[in-house]
Design a binder for this molecule. Structure first.
Ligand SMILES: [Zn+2]
Length: 622
């Protein structure tokens, strides 16, 4: 397999083509609605992805916030390009050893999903031919672009999608790598390196959704598939691995379809509504009422291949259904899952005979109140079934939270670019590059070296701090004289291990709260081992650190009480201490920890236990 990444990072330098703040807001002051259609690009051809979206015939509603302006509403031409954003993109280009272009030409990239009020996204190529070297392996950086972010989707209802304008126009640096990535873990590593270089500019926005990755994956004999908009870096590896498995399954399926002489005839869908009049439950129960039709598409040679093979969670039925969903259907029913869905066995026999299906043949059924939509859905299903005969279709897929992906639209092509006539070209002067070269920020590896030196931390821990994006809180907390080792462990291990409680947002306490947790551990009120429990109690809603300590049951154990517990455990096991001597330590430590884990420091506990064992042995009668 091979893979390439596109990393999109939001910048914190205001918007790209107006003077509005680059901040998200929950305040909506007014809304307006617009339809969008697909127009031809520079080469006059209409882009496939754009035509696909326009065919959905949706209305787009836009929500304005307190600071929304006429540029964002597309009622006024864009203002000159944000110079600080360009400097940041050029700085990144220098950090990646890329070659800046002579002149910035802003282009319009046609995007007709409503996420831009203009119907296009402005984008500019800033540099080419960079490289990234990780452990002596070279990854090429093909392009570095500056683009405007799209509006934020807030709601979707039948026929209408709502977007908020606050995110529209936030500058994005887009870094595209070459296809040299050859595994899931490598994809994650490259993404982490690029993320660290972006943060090195100190001009990036932080938090969930401020960095997004598109992952392009292809396998030998397969096709390029783009997984678009991955927000969680830790899932990149999983998306890549699963996409490779999916493409292998599709290639295997292709062979099995060929062995069955499967084909997809160009006959129109068959109206079988009347066969469903008496169906009383399931998706077909409304057939014949209120204009609801049932249409069938025969798939000769597909029988048994639409459901999941035993060793895989992929199934062709789902892939076909994903295509049907793009025109607004909830799904489809195929013959590998019949009888079922309220359709009795004798009805299935009737259906098969009506469609003239043999043993090896399959069919797909859709039902909808609109005959037109049901027909369109089966046309999409037919396209997808035909693609299965060829192997892997090239497509854009959405990442799902569980690591799977789902078809979203065709791959966009070259036809969608058009010059932005409202922005004059910008020359990149030698003076400008010289100034940026003089002010190059500290590189991630220099930062690693400095942190290791200043705080005497192991290289692996420093790496986690730098590439896991923990440097800012680490420096803030160590500046308050909290011990570096404790801070590093809190940020890189304890905090990420806290399960998120409310919704999906990860637990992100303020620096003040983190400092209070560290303070509790340093003063001995809780043990270092108790920090995760205290954080979990805070995540679950404890108002402050003292109540979190109390709720997690970690408070109220003095050194004297600890010694009393240890002594009780040793006395209860006097036989074991007598027979095994020092070897009794491990089993007894286990018993003690059951009672005091997290309430006192681990070292203090083991010292108390050793002392008590020695005392018990010297006290024994000789
Ligand atoms: Zn604005």
């Amino acid at each position: 397999m091979k893979a390439g990444l596109e990393v999109h990072q939001q910048l914190a330098v205001g918007k790209l083509f107006c003077a509005c703040p680059a901040e998200l807001t929950e305040e909506v002051t007014e809304t307006f609605a617009r339809p969008l259609r697909a127009a031809g690009g520079e080469s006059r051809a209409v882009d496939a992805a754009a035509a696909f979206q326009a065919a959905r015939g949706l209305v787009y509603r836009y929500e304005c916030g307190p600071s929304s302006c006429l540029v964002e509403m597309d009622e006024e031409p864009p203002h000159p390009l944000n110079e600080a954003a360009l400097d940041t993109a050029l700085t990144l280009a220098l950090l990646l050893h890329a070659r800046p272009v002579d002149e910035i030409e802003v282009m319009r990239k046609i995007v007709v999903d409503g996420s831009n009020t203009t119907g296009f996204q402005r984008t500019a190529l800033v540099a080419v031919d960079g490289e990234l070297v990780i452990r002596e392996k070279r990854f090429s950086i093909s392009t570095i672009c500056l683009e405007e972010d799209a509006a934020r989707k807030v709601r979707e209802s039948p026929g209408e999608i709502s977007y908020r304008l606050d995110r529209l126009g936030i500058p994005l640096v887009e870094v595209a790598t070459g296809p040299e990535i050859t595994s899931g873990p490598e994809a994650r590593e490259v993404a982490e390196e690029i993320g660290a270089l972006l943060r090195a500019t100190k001009r990036v926005r932080r938090g969930i959704g401020t960095i997004r990755e598109d992952v392009n994956v292809s396998t030998e004999g397969g096709h390029r598939v783009e997984i678009k908009g991955v927000q969680e870096l830790r899932l990149i590896q999983e998306y890549v691995d699963r996409e490779v498995a999916r493409q292998r399954w599709l290639l295997d399926l292709k062979d099995r379809l060929a062995a069955n002489s499967a084909h997809v005839p160009s006959v129109p869908p068959v109206d079988v509504t009347e066969l469903f009049h008496s169906v009383e439950s399931g998706p077909f129960s409304g057939a014949g009422k209120g204009g609801q039709v049932v249409l069938a598409l025969p798939l000769p040679g597909f029988s048994g291949l639409l459901r999941s093979p035993p060793d895989s969670e992929e199934r062709l039925g789902r892939e076909l259904a994903d295509y049907a969903r793009t025109v607004g259907l909830r799904g489809l029913v195929h013959s590998d899952e019949l009888p079922g869905y309220g359709v009795a066995p004798e009805r299935v026999v009737e259906l098969r005979s009506r469609l003239g299906l043999g043993e090896a043949d399959a069919m797909v059924l859709v039902t909808d109140r609109s005959r037109e939509r049901a027909t369109l859905a089966l046309e999409r299903v037919r396209d997808r079934a035909r693609a299965a005969l060829e192997g892997v279709p090239g497509e854009t897929r959405d990442p799902l939270p569980d690591g799977r992906t789902r078809y979203s639209r065709p791959l966009p092509g070259r036809d969608r670019m058009y010059p932005e006539t409202d922005i004059p070209p910008i020359r990149i002067s030698a003076e400008r590059l010289a100034r940026l070269r003089d002010q190059l920020p500290e590189r991630p590896e220099e930062l690693e070296e400095r942190l290791a030196r200043t705080h005497s931390l192991p290289a692996e821990v420093v790496r986690q701090l730098v590439f896991g994006d923990f440097v800012e809180p680490f420096e803030a907390l160590t500046a308050q004289h909290h011990p570096a080792g404790l801070v590093a462990r809190l940020l890189t291990q304890d905090l990420p291990s806290v399960p998120s409680v409310r919704g999906d947002a990860p637990f992100a306490p303020s620096l003040t709260v983190l400092a209070a947790v560290l303070e509790a551990a340093e003063s001995g009120r809780i043990a270092k081992e108790g920090i995760p429990s205290v954080l979990a109690a805070l995540a679950a809603g404890a108002p402050d650190v003292p109540s979190a300590v109390e709720r997690s049951g970690l408070s109220g154990l003095s050194h004297e009480e600890l010694v009393a517990i240890v002594r009780r455990v040793v006395e209860a096991n006097s036989e074991l201490v007598r027979s095994r001597g020092d070897a009794a330590f491990s089993p007894l430590m286990g018993d003690v920890m059951k009672e005091v884990r997290g309430r006192r420091d681990g070292r203090e506990i083991s010292e108390a236990l050793r002392t008590e064992i020695v005392r018990a042995r010297s006290a024994r009668p000789s």
